[in-house]
Ligand binder design. Structure first.
Ligand code: PLP
Length: 354
């Protein structure tokens, strides 16, 4: 499929102070768009000026939530080139999400090419500051003007780009995490493994209550017994117990993170024992009491590695590694960000040059 390009007539001024970028506030000059109509398939791929879209008030996505998304980044390397990190994995996962939400599949290779083309056009928007990047948000939603429950016949696929500041401004500050015991995020057979807006909507209440207690994020337990650890809701979770790296296995209610997968592969390449298995919150608490809970960290595209300093489960507050980043978390952070920003050789073949 050809990609039509319509250049903006009113380019925006690029942010001059990259330290104030934050995350997800500023959008670039252009976006990618493509339509799906039943009988016609995906068509009319185009890169057009970033701007508002018109949607029927009856658009199906607004009423019954048929939507999926992805998140990845473009990084500026020391030699000035721009690169992506495993974009093929994002579009593969997008098709898994599409399958679950009865959204028509996309051509993964074409979408990698379309993303490269969009980032190429917007390459001057990729920040220069160490640790800053261009966040890429592909998403698909149902547009049929129809108030009724069924899979839609019409969809819009957009990719928008947002220059984002370094996740950590003052070193890798450990986060405070609250183990959720009232609400659940996902159940087996549900949509936990899909990257879909609904999973986030239902997580807000727990997040809100955690904030009231001065905790930054929520650790979700399984939806049936609230016993097994699942994930943080925008990050996967890892524990280092007695030298072994453990992360919950993908049972269908956990989002298969690309950072999670990469962290496991880095551990294996360094000869560190890394296991995917079911793990209960009780096992973590017992390891803590026995002095064997060495490290806890989250993984996700935004933060890459996010050390956990405090973990609160009911009345029990666990302080991990003296509220400091541990050696395995640091090694993973250095290796993965090193590859992403082109500071160390990518022996895994994960980066894609623009
Ligand atoms: C996106 C996401 C993650 C992290 O996935 P990455 O591919 O590593 O960015 C973890 N959990 C949820 C619920 C997510 O939506």
């Amino acid at each position: 499929m050809e990609i039509r390009f319509e250049q903006t007539k009113s380019p925006k001024a690029k942010p001059t102070d990259e330290s104030k970028l934050g995350f997800g506030h500023i959008f670039t000059d252009h976006m990618f768009a493509m339509n799906y109509d039943a009988g016609q398939g995906w068509h009319d791929a185009r890169i057009v000026p970033y701007g508002e879209i018109s949607l029927s008030p009856a658009a199906m996505c607004l009423h019954y939530g048929q939507e999926i998304f992805e998140g990845l980044k473009a990084y500026r390397t020391a030699d000035g080139t721009v690169q992506l990190f495993r974009p093929d994995e994002n579009y593969k996962r997008m098709n898994t999400s599409a399958e679950r939400m009865v959204i028509p599949k996309i051509d993964e290779e074409f979408m990698v090419e379309a993303t490269k083309k969009l980032v190429e056009i917007e390459k001057d928007w990729v920040p220069h500051t160490d640790g800053a990047s261009l966040y890429i948000r592909p998403f698909i939603f149902a547009t049929d003007p129809f108030v009724g429950v069924k899979p839609a016949d019409h969809y819009l696929f957009l990719i928008i780009l947002s220059p984002s500041g370094p996740y950590y401004s003052t070193g890798l500050d450990p986060v405070k995490i609250y183990v959720e015991q009232k609400y659940v995020r996902a159940v087996r057979g549900g949509t936990g493994f899909a990257k879909t807006a609904a999973n986030y909507a239902i997580s807000l209440k727990g997040q809100d209550e955690a904030h009231e207690q001065d905790y930054e994020q929520v650790l979700w337990l399984d939806g049936v017994e609230q016993k097994y650890i699942e994930e943080v809701g925008s990050m996967n979770i890892f524990f280092v117990i007695d030298g072994e790296v453990i992360t919950p296995e993908l049972t269908g209610s956990v989002l298969p993170g690309i950072t999670r997968k990469s962290a496991l592969e880095v551990c294996k390449s360094k000869g560190i024992k890394a296991t995917e298995r079911r793990i209960t919150i009780q096992e973590v608490a017992d390891a803590y009491d026995a002095g064997k809970l060495d490290e806890v960290f989250g993984t996700g595209t935004a933060a890459v590695i996010s050390p956990v300093g405090h973990l609160k489960w009911g009345d029990k507050v666990m302080t991990i590694n003296d509220n400091k980043i541990g050696p395995i978390s640091q090694m993973l952070y250095d290796t993965m960000t090193g590859i992403q920003w082109g500071k160390i050789e990518d022996t895994f073949g994960w980066t894609v040059k623009i």
